[in-house]
Design a protein around this ligand. Structure first.
Ligand SMILES: Nc1ncnc2c1ncn2[C@@H]1O[C@H](COP(=O)(O)OS(=O)(=O)O)[C@@H](OP(=O)(O)O)[C@H]1O
Ligand SMILES: Nc1ncnc2c1ncn2[C@@H]1O[C@H](COP(=O)(O)OP(=O)(O)O)[C@@H](O)[C@H]1O
Length: 202
């Protein structure tokens, strides 16, 4: 068996072996693929940060992709609502897609509320050592509600939206994130630097 066949990047086993390894795909891109998983409340700054991170990495010649919860809910996940069960399935799908993209050699940035610890842990388990970084966007509820970029907090507080995260749907904060950013205290550019510093250190 060739070394390319042996050099798999990820933890999960696939029933059918592919002839080209994840390591061979990554080598062509001259990068170490990984998944940066941004979790936090709605309005905490996940999408803004994910986009800034991607632009920054792209300018450095990195091959990237952003998987944004809001965007994926218009296509791949457009059959899912906001119940606990639907959110679990949403995160399962996003994790699987992220893993495939990492196998393809990309640096993947996920921005999704991903409110449940167990689902984030399940996503992490799809990846190999040093391939998954949990970034907790810890901007407090009151700040997110004040920003209210889409008017969702107003709607939720008025009772027009049910099962809203942080209100009548839970958010389980990470206890041991690889990186934590409160965007009420850290400017966007500084937040990008902090996250990339953690990434490149590890
Ligand atoms: N009830 C309720 N609670 C929270 N968010 C809501 C809700 N209804 C709609 N939205 C919009 O859906 C976006 C969250 O989608 P996600 O896929 O990231 O959610 S989850 O990870 O499955 O919990 C979220 O996007 P972000 O604001 O970017 O987080 C909202 O725009
Ligand atoms: N340092 C910061 N980092 C990210 N977003 C910030 C920051 N300061 C203010 N904001 C604002 O907060 C809002 C965050 O919205 P968004 O990125 O869509 O959050 P989320 O994806 O978590 O729902 C935007 O209006 C953004 O301009």
């Amino acid at each position: 068996m060739s070394s390319q066949l042996l050099a798999g990047g990820c933890a999960a086993v696939r029933p059918f072996g592919l002839s080209l390894s994840a390591a061979a795909r990554a080598a062509l891109k001259h990068q170490q693929p990984c998944c940066l998983w941004l979790t936090g409340l709605s309005g905490s700054g996940k999408s803004t940060l994910a986009n800034a991170l991607e632009v920054h990495l792209n300018e450095q010649g990195r091959h990237t992709f952003v998987l944004d919860g809001d965007n994926l809910r218009t296509g791949l996940c457009n059959d899912l609502g906001m119940s606990d069960t639907a959110r679990k399935e949403n995160i399962r799908r996003i994790g699987e897609v992220a893993r495939l993209m990492v196998d393809a050699g990309l640096i993947v940035i996920v921005s999704a509320i991903s409110p449940f610890s167990v689902d984030r842990a399940t996503a992490r388990a799809l990846f190999g050592p040093g391939q998954f970084f949990e970034v907790y966007i810890s901007t407090p509820f009151d700040v997110c509600a004040r920003r209210d970029p889409k008017g969702l907090y107003r709607a939720a507080l008025d009772g027009r939206i049910k099962a809203f995260t942080g209100l009548d749907s839970p958010y389980e904060a990470p206890l041991a994130a690889d990186c934590e950013i409160n965007t009420d205290e850290v400017e966007l550019a500084a937040a990008v630097e902090q996250i990339l510093a953690v990434l490149f250190k590890k």
